[in-house]
Write a protein that binds this ligand. Structure first.
Ligand SMILES: [Zn+2]
Length: 222
């Protein structure tokens, strides 16, 4: 099997727009809170669009913030010089919509109907199902003595080798991805295997992954 076929096989296992669009939401009305940082958990917003809205702080739903604390202590128990760094959390719906519109215009030259939505969704989540605008998703990595550990690709490097199970990365990077994924899953986050750094709790993707009857968080305008 050539490299391209392996990537296609991996992407076929990822959750589709069609899988998520019908998942109901019962919003818990939980507030967005600022991620409280500690030795074990830091935050560093990297998106210029979001920096203009929230400055350097990263916001998520209250339970998501609590689970991040738990994940960081789990990691700390595993290794005292490791910590978690969140680089992205809640994204206001307006930002998600403008990103989506950009890709929609681009792909509408090539695709139509549901295929158009699926194509756009592979680049940017459709706003109605996206985890970031619900305050449910985080993009996260592991630091060791303050420096990012080797994950095979950089965070937000949108290439097929960022698929969590790409076989074309080193053994060390593979083990490191496994450590992040296990740490996050242990406290209840759902992974997204199209990006090794993306995890969520309470959104439609989480509901689908854990077979829950509904998602817990609706998208937020602000
Ligand atoms: Zn993400």
């Amino acid at each position: 099997m050539n490299k391209q076929d392996v990537y296609i096989k991996l992407s076929e296992k990822m959750v589709l727009y069609a899988d998520l669009v019908g998942v109901p939401v019962k919003d818990s009305q939980e507030p967005l809170v600022k991620i409280a940082t500690s030795e074990a958990l830091s935050s560093r917003e990297i998106d210029p669009d979001t920096l203009t809205v929230f400055d350097k702080d990263i916001y998520v739903r209250k339970t998501v913030a609590d689970l991040l604390q738990r994940a960081s202590s789990e990691l700390r128990n595993y290794s005292k010089d490791m910590s978690l760094e969140v680089v992205y959390g809640h994204r206001p719906l307006a930002i998600q919509k403008s990103l989506f519109d950009k890709y929609f215009a681009l792909y509408s030259k090539k695709y139509q109907g549901i295929e158009l939505y699926e194509a756009v969704h592979r680049s940017i989540a459709v706003p109605e199902i996206a985890g970031h605008p619900a305050g449910a998703a985080v993009d996260i990595r592991i630091l060791k003595s303050g420096k990012p550990i080797n994950m095979g690709t950089g965070i937000w490097e949108f290439v097929p080798d960022s698929y969590t199970f790409s076989p074309f990365i080193s053994r060390q990077a593979w083990a490191n991805r496994r450590l992040l994924r296990d740490t996050m899953k242990q406290v209840g986050f759902a992974p997204y295997d199209g990006e090794w750094w993306h995890f969520s709790y309470g959104d439609k993707e989480w509901a689908k992954y854990y077979n829950k009857p509904n998602a817990l968080y609706e998208q937020l305008e602000q």
